[in-house]
Design a protein around this ligand. Structure first.
Ligand code: ZN
Length: 563
């Protein structure tokens, strides 16, 4: 999820993007793996938080379990201002039970830097516990401008959650706020809510027994756990007057537990709309392979914002309507056949949550593939032509303002084009591979090869090329790293029936193959840049416009006739 809003906020986006993005010290500290961050690997987060609805504040304790992969230096803890760190305790060796050491720390630029006096040797597991409190940034326009969300439902009951993709989980809890380091052993999220309001607190994964240090009896405590690696921004509390129900889905890896949570007043509508969830699972397991988190189950939780891919607790706020808040982003009509948020946000369980990019500059791997999952869902239930039409429809949303890949090391995404252009690129490559079962096995293979891992775009690109048996490097360069759309320049000699073509306006060596059918006949063109090729087309009913349109509908390229 993130810039789905590109349709309605173009002016906002382009104005922020055209102004050269400013990179400040905070961005570098956040986006790079400096020496105070690269010596340790986070294994697990245990988060315990008590929100105060009236004062819009939180009090929390967060423990990290981590492994020193190099001898320790100072330790960087990300926690954005105005949150306050009260104290930091270090357990230098988790294999002994020595009393913890209280660390001295300094605070600047949304981080705390704590001094470790006695070096933790490489290979040692250590623990860190951070006590903190404060008034976290409030979300002004979640999920895009995120933070804590303090809302009331229609019955006047408090409704709280968080949206922090891009902004970062460090807006509300202290963590190593870098996408490359997921806690391999998962996370525990405990929430305390006042007993008198009868609220329920939901977290990712499965509910577990309350933790030992459960407090006084004015609070109910809810603890949840995922046992799989998870992105920091996906660990999210949902607190409100929820009602829930469950079902079991028989999937590729056996029984998958599904839980649904919605506001009391919305349960009837939700029961009807959420019938699309098993359909979504059916389609995505077909295309991508097993749902990646059977151990933690699948949950869909109504959220006070449009939606987000929170792992094993998908945020849903699409008002129980089909389309994107009732609109079809493709204009093809197919986008109204299904609920955009159920499909898109769940698609992220494979691309974003299973396969996560190390740097958000490569975020197209999340959003391009997930946008493409909408095409695949459409195709699965409504046929190939429907999927093609959906995909072609979203192409009009591409702006080609800046490249899809952003700037590395400074927590900076590329263009919002990562959604429709990423998806168009994948559809283009699929046609160029010209073998749908191979293409599907590549999608499944990606989810297997990079199962529960963090990756670079390069790894994904190389995997696709190697499995396809064709070097798509120039194609990826073209669409991800430039804003030019390649031109297939052509001419047609009617008398001699010769079609001449070559690529122009493209990166050197651009070599996208064009396989397509026209009037029942198969064509395979291998155009090159600035090297005209000719093809004799002996087809009695040949129509140049239709012929060219056929190519353009399957490949994201421009075509122009040279007279
Ligand atoms: Zn998305």
């Amino acid at each position: 999820m993130k810039k789905v809003l590109f349709l309605v906020s173009l002016s906002f986006l382009s104005s922020t993007i055209n102004a050269q993005p400013l990179v400040n010290e905070s961005d570098v500290l956040r986006g790079s793996l400096n020496e105070n961050r690269d010596w340790f690997d986070i294994k697990k987060y245990v988060i315990d938080v008590t929100p105060n609805y009236e004062t819009k504040s939180i009090v929390g304790v967060v423990s990290w379990k981590a492994l020193a992969v190099k001898p320790s230096k100072k330790i960087q803890i990300d926690l954005q201002v105005p949150m306050v760190i009260d104290s930091i305790l270090l357990w230098p060796n988790l294999n002994d039970s020595l009393t913890p050491i209280r660390l001295q720390f300094s605070r600047s630029n949304n981080i705390a830097l704590a001094q470790i006096d006695k070096t933790i040797p490489k290979g040692q597991q250590f623990g860190l516990t951070i006590f903190y409190h404060g008034v976290p940034k409030e979300a002004t326009r979640p999920p895009w401008d995120g933070g804590w969300i303090w809302k009331k439902d229609n019955n006047g009951q408090p409704w709280m959650s968080v949206a922090c993709q891009g902004l970062g989980a460090s807006v509300w809890y202290p963590c190593k706020d870098h996408q490359s380091d997921e806690p391999e052993e998962g996370a525990v999220l405990s929430m305390q809510v006042p007993k008198d309001k009868n609220l329920i607190a939901i977290g990712n994964g499965r509910r577990i027994p309350e933790q030992k240090w459960s407090p006084n009896n004015t609070y109910n405590k809810f603890s949840w756990q995922v046992t799989n690696p998870i992105n920091n921004y996906n660990i999210i509390p949902y607190i409100g007057d929820y009602v829930g129900w469950k079902e079991t889905y028989k999937g590729l890896k056996g029984k998958l537990d599904i839980s649904y949570w919605v506001l009391r007043a919305d349960s009837a509508k939700a029961v009807e709309q959420f019938k699309q969830v098993p359909k979504m699972l059916e389609a995505f397991e077909y295309w991508f392979g097993p749902y990646p988190f059977y151990e933690d189950g699948f949950q869909m939780v109504q959220s006070p914002h449009l939606g987000m891919e929170h792992q094993s607790a998908i945020a849903y706020g699409n008002k129980f309507m089909n389309g994107y808040l009732g609109r079809d982003l493709s204009g093809s009509g197919w986008g109204l056949k299904w609920d955009f948020i159920i499909v898109h946000e769940s698609g992220h369980e494979w691309f974003a949550n299973n396969i996560t990019t190390k740097d958000i500059a490569d975020m197209w791997v999340h959003e391009g593939f997930t946008n493409y999952s909408e095409t695949l869902f459409t195709e699965y239930f409504y046929g190939k032509k429907a999927g093609d039409e959906y995909n072609y429809g979203i192409r009009k949303n591409i702006q080609n303002d800046i490249p899809v890949i952003g700037t590395y090391g400074v927590n900076q995404e590329g263009s919002g084009d990562m959604y429709p252009k990423g998806s168009s690129l994948l559809h283009t490559i699929r046609h160029a591979i010209n073998n749908d079962s191979l293409f599907r096995s590549i999608l499944m293979g990606l989810n297997k090869q990079f199962y529960h891992q963090t990756v670079t775009t390069q790894e994904v690109e190389n995997y696709i090329s190697s499995r396809a048996g064709f070097g798509f490097q120039k194609v990826f360069d073209q669409y991800l790293r430039t804003i030019q759309i390649p031109l297939l320049s052509y001419s047609y000699n009617e008398k001699e029936k010769i079609f001449t073509y070559e690529y122009k306006d493209c990166v050197t060596g651009f070599n996208l193959p064009l396989h397509f059918s026209y009037l029942g006949k198969k064509y395979s063109f291998m155009p090159l840049d600035y090297q005209p090729q000719q093809r004799l087309i002996q087809e009695p009913n040949f129509n140049l416009q239709d012929f060219v349109k056929t190519i353009e509908s399957q490949y994201y390229i421009r075509l122009a006739q040279v007279k």
